[in-house]
Write a protein of this length. Structure first.
Lengths: 115, 115
């Protein structure tokens, strides 16, 4: 069965510092992986997705994620944090199987950016 | 950019009452979903819907829940007799295809409070 694990429920970084949010997946087949962001009082917005075309995926707002099969990881990074990046970030994996199409979400990581 | 809209943004109801949460998916999308997020917990899949029928549901989606697409634009989630533990943020989502790399587009959610 597919699942994702996000290490660290809270991450704090200084403005301008590197952002690294961790996600490890469990899947018996090549996974389809997604990162979503949730700003306060808003819904889930797609940041980026991995679909096997390239291991380094670029998303919106300067975020990117690298798929590493050997580490079963899909960590989210951004070189320089902005105050506006403060939000909750969710890693998700698509269900496997012909009819199953839902997303399994991780527990989320709340990012705080310190001025 | 087209978006998924949900109404109301906040619903307060008494235990035992019926509630209907409404969603307008993106107009050319064919696959619809409901998720929920209990405060402080992960986003959980409830149900997916395609071609006027449920295609998949989780163990959370018991007989108290139902979904409907009453017309060409709305997609509703009904909870027949609400319980305290139904208090959560409910997210509607839609996608344009059932391809595994097709992302889900989420609404801003309805916060349901059962008292």
């Amino acid at each position: 069965a597919q699942s994702v694990t996000q290490l660290g429920s809270h991450v704090s970084v200084s403005e301008g510092a590197l952002v690294l949010l961790r996600c490890n997946y469990s899947s018996s087949v090549p996974p389809y992986l997604f990162w979503y962001v949730q700003y306060p009082n808003q819904g889930l917005q797609l940041l980026l997705k991995y679909t096997s075309a390239a291991t380094l995926v670029k998303g919106i707002n300067g975020f990117e994620a690298e798929f590493k099969k050997s580490e079963t990881s899909f960590h989210l990074t951004k070189p320089s944090a902005h105050m506006s990046d403060a939000a909750e970030y969710f890693c998700a994996v698509r269900a496997h199987g012909k009819t199953a199409n839902n997303l399994f979400f991780g527990t989320g990581t709340r990012l705080t950016v310190i001025p | 950019e087209p978006e998924v809209t949900q109404t109301p943004s906040h619903q307060v109801t008494q235990m035992g009452q019926e509630v209907i949460l409404r969603c307008v998916p993106i107009s050319n999308h064919l696959y619809f979903y409901w998720y929920r997020q209990i405060l402080g917990q992960k986003v959980e899949f409830l149900v997916s819907f395609y071609n006027n029928e449920i295609s998949e549901k989780s163990e959370i989606f018991d007989d108290q829940f139902s979904v409907e697409r009453p017309d060409g634009s709305n997609f509703t989630l009904k909870i027949r007799s609400t319980k305290l533990e139904d208090s959560a943020m409910y997210f509607c989502a839609s996608s344009g295809s059932n391809q595994k790399n097709s992302p889900l587009h989420f609404g801003n959610g309805t916060r349901l409070t059962v008292t």
